[in-house]
Design a protein around this ligand. Structure first.
Ligand code: 5AD
Length: 361
């Protein structure tokens, strides 16, 4: 049998949105620089067919860095005694939204550790207050694993979207990254619950996390195809000095960009951010992410004085370009590469995954 070239596999992925395991393996390990250029170009074409040159922005509000979990990779893990813990009040969160709204943000992402202080009623009250003051905005929650009932209560309060990275779709790998109390099974239960309740649901994983292999990445890609999330967050793993993974190498820019492009071809309509972690490992990381097929950026709206405390990993960017105040700089950067930041909720565009394909072939 004739061995398929990498370009043929990329064309196949554009048409069918999935590949057999061994073909994914070839894509992930056997690409020449020329193949990479081809992949990037195709991912960009698909992204443009669905979202044009629009880049959606999300105002990220990191409202608590208390966490009851002890994930081995994460800088705000419970056993990091050096973390300087903080919580924002509802009023402080609303102030962040007010500033963000004036800047043009129409989605607010409330992200935090799993902090029992914020019980369901408190979260629901915050969501309701944001939706009452900003009815034209979307609220995204990123607050971890909860019960079906809790997710339902937040949805009733008005939350539109929920981000919960699956971290890895391989259960043995999941156990290597997490304490024994956490399981891939419950993570998946949460993701299914979120989707069935009606959230635009986001999953995702770190690129280059300890013990990750080509095979676990293929598990992730097959899971994405199977689950059909509306959003996918991926970014390089970056070690944090107060975690057991302090001496592990960071994920690479190239692998992250390759995966962004592959994910764009698996899920043509997905909301795909060029993440803060990508901007942290390379000063032009976020632009390169957009050029690889991403269509979302998430500047930080948290108050200046807490930004340096929400440290999931070393050297997280928390001044300059990451600050929402320099949104105009971000706008210039995006215009410089042929894209434009738009002032809209930036919802998932429903429709067939085939519709745009004819326009790019
Ligand atoms: N490097 C990169 N990303 C990390 N996250 C947590 N710790 C790190 C790290 N050290 C990611 C996880 C989590 C998201 C909020 O941040 O994937 O889901």
């Amino acid at each position: 049998m004739k061995v398929k070239t990498v370009k043929t596999l990329i064309d196949e992925l554009i048409k069918t949105h999935v590949l057999p395991r061994d073909a994914f393996k070839t894509l992930l390990t056997g690409m020449t620089p020329d193949d990479r250029r081809y992949l990037t170009q195709k991912a960009q074409e698909v992204r443009r067919a669905v979202y044009g040159n629009d880049v959606y922005i999300r105002g990220l509000i990191e409202f608590t860095n208390y966490c009851k979990n002890d994930c081995l990779y994460c800088g705000i893990r419970r056993s990091n005694r050096n973390a300087d813990r903080y919580r924002l009040t509802k009023e402080q969160i609303l102030d962040c939204c007010r500033q963000g709204y004036a800047l043009g943000f129409r989605t607010f992402v409330l992200q935090g550790g799993e902090d029992p202080f914020f019980d369901d009623e408190k979260i629901a009250a915050i969501v309701r207050a944001i939706k009452a003051e900003f009815p034209d905005c979307a609220v995204t929650l990123s607050i971890g694993e909860k019960s079906f009932e809790s997710y339902q209560a937040f949805f009733k309060a008005g939350a539109d979207r929920y981000l919960l990275r699956h971290e890895t779709a391989n259960s043995a790998h999941y156990q290597q990254l997490h304490p024994p109390q956490l399981s891939l099974e419950n993570r998946m239960r949460c993701l299914r619950d979120l989707k069935s309740i009606g959230y635009q649901t986001g999953c995702g994983f770190m690129v280059g996390s300890p013990f990750q292999t080509t095979d676990t990445i293929i598990d992730d890609l097959l899971f994405l195809h199977d689950f059909q999330p509306e959003m996918v967050g991926i970014g390089p793993f970056i070690p944090h000095k107060n975690t057991p993974f302090r001496d592990r190498p960071a994920g690479t820019l190239q692998m992250t960009l390759t995966l962004l492009s592959i994910i764009r071809l698996i899920l043509p309509r997905v909301l795909l951010p060029a993440t803060t972690a990508l901007g942290t490992i390379d000063p032009t990381g976020r632009e390169q992410g957009i050029l690889a097929g991403a269509n979302v950026v998430m500047p930080n709206l948290s108050p200046q004085n807490v930004r340096s405390k929400y440290l999931l990993y070393n050297d997280k960017i928390c001044t300059g370009d990451e600050a929402a105040e320099s949104l105009s700089h971000l706008k210039q950067q995006m215009e410089g590469i042929g894209y434009r930041i738009v002032e809209s909720r930036g919802d998932f565009k429903k429709g067939s995954n085939e519709v745009c394909m004819t326009s790019i072939q």
